[in-house]
Design a protein around this ligand. Structure first.
Ligand code: PEP
Ligand code: CO
Length: 448
């Protein structure tokens, strides 16, 4: 297929995986037209700023921290939920910034992560077969025929939820909630309460001293925006191409096209076909693009996708998010790195230690073990250091809430405790404590 002329709808002549089957085409078209006329969720200038910072991270001069729900839910689009997710990411970032001695780029899987790829198109419960749940932007999670029927009105509802989430995120990050001394005070509280607290005290104490020093020499939150404000970026999987297209806008300053549904969008492990619609769509937008790579990949195809998505080998354009699982990372990651190095690809390497480490517990919950997650992260750092490449980022499924979805961590959540507060509508997330535990452990790795 020819790749000569890109337009925001050129993806339509390519096969698209994981799309919903909207029952009412006319209504679907009308909804997308409505979104097309609405304001973008983010602006091109912000996207360009992010790309610059990701370029730094690719070179080892910054670090990317990306995290949030597997699938955001409309009913969870509330100020407390958004605040708690942002809060845990900010807390993790302070710890990692200090230990790694480089800025941490804070990015949520947030304000648009409403659509999910599924391994099977249908789900069977007690002998009844219904379409799979594909995220709140497509259908509902309940197990009735009505729930599972795709409803395109949900695309518009998704847009408004994304816009509303971003609005409160901007207010929190600019309005003083994200100020460094506040975030550090929360961390001190965590250290005091955590079972692992003692081993984190030293680092927390050092951060305290650095903050005091800054204050003494006159860096005041009132006068220095870097202390009182945080930059927070948004991201989601660019899955539903009609939705993404309707938010793709031409920047008036540069004439370039940007997918203004989020700052970064990624292409999932199930939709990154060289001749597929997702690659076609993403090659034409100038956002930074994430690409998930799991154990099932074809090296030649991956290399050609990178050439299609980043023909000018631009720094900050590609974020490669590897998700091999703790047992397979040793086999796949070095090979991938060596192939990329041979090609001279400029990419930011990030580690998703979640999606390759999912299993079903004896108590029948889809879960992940804290130690497996930690193990893949350690391997990621070790392998990159051995290969002489930069471990530049980390990608988590997490929440600021006190859920019990992943086993282990300092709280030692057991199989049997998963039922206490298992709240995810898709994959299991780290809770706030588990996330902070990991931040302190990653801090050690960044220090080495
Ligand atoms: C996800 O990030 O939720 C996801 C579906 O990941 P992957 O495409 O890597 O399986
Ligand atoms: Co997931």
């Amino acid at each position: 297929m020819s790749r000569e002329n890109w337009s925001k709808d050129s993806w339509k002549s390519f096969p698209a995986q994981q799309q919903a089957e909207w029952p009412d085409q006319q209504k679907y078209d009308a909804i997308l037209q409505q979104i097309t006329a609405l304001p973008p969720v983010v602006f091109a200038g912000e996207i360009r700023k992010l790309k610059k910072r990701l370029a730094d991270a690719a070179k080892g001069e910054a670090f990317l921290l990306q995290g949030g729900d597997c699938a955001e839910e409309f009913s969870e689009c509330t100020a407390p939920t958004i605040r708690e997710t942002m809060k845990v990411i900010l807390q993790m970032a302070v710890i990692m910034t200090y230990a790694g001695e480089r800025p941490v780029i804070k990015m949520g899987r947030i304000a648009g992560q409403y659509a999910k790829p599924r391994s099977k198109p249908t789900e069977i419960q007690d002998g009844v077969e219904l379409p799979s749940f594909r995220g709140d932007m497509v259908n509902a999670a309940g197990f009735t025929k009505e729930d599972r029927e795709p409803d395109c009105q949900r695309l518009l509802t998704g847009y408004f939820h994304a816009a509303s989430s971003l609005n409160i995120l901007r207010a929190f990050t600019r309005g003083g909630y994200a100020s460094l001394d506040k975030v550090h005070a929360w961390n001190k509280e965590f250290v005091k309460q955590s079972a692992q607290g003692k081993s984190y005290e030293q680092l927390a104490h050092e951060i305290e001293k650095a903050l005091t020093f800054m204050k003494v020499i006159g860096f005041d939150p009132e006068t220095v925006p870097q202390i009182s404000e945080a930059q927070f970026f948004t991201s989601h999987e660019a899955l539903l191409l009609g939705y993404e297209e309707s938010l793709t806008r031409q920047d008036s300053l540069t004439g370039k096209w940007y997918d203004c549904s989020a700052h970064l969008v990624w292409i999932g492990d199930r939709t990154r076909q060289l001749d597929g619609a997702h690659v076609e769509f993403l090659r034409g937008v100038h956002n930074p693009i994430g690409m998930k790579i799991g154990p099932n990949h074809d090296m030649d195809e991956i290399k050609r996708i990178i050439q299609v998505l980043n023909p000018d080998n631009e720094w900050g354009r590609m974020v490669i998010i590897t998700r091999f699982g703790k047992d397979k990372v040793d086999k796949h990651l070095p090979n991938l790195i060596r192939n990329f190095e041979k090609e001279g690809f400029h990419v930011l390497w990030s580690c998703d230690p979640m999606h390759g480490n999912t299993y079903t517990s004896e108590s029948n919950f889809k879960t992940r073990n804290f130690n497996d997650i930690l193990s893949e992260i350690r391997s990621f750092f070790e392998i990159h250091r051995a290969e002489g490449t930069v471990p530049g980022g980390i990608h988590f499924e997490l929440t600021g809430k006190d859920v019990t979805e992943c086993v282990g961590g300092a709280q030692e959540i057991t199989d049997l405790q998963l039922q206490h507060n298992y709240a995810t509508s898709c994959d299991p997330r780290l809770n706030a404590q588990q996330s902070l535990d990991l931040a302190f452990l990653i801090a050690e790795m960044l220090r080495k």
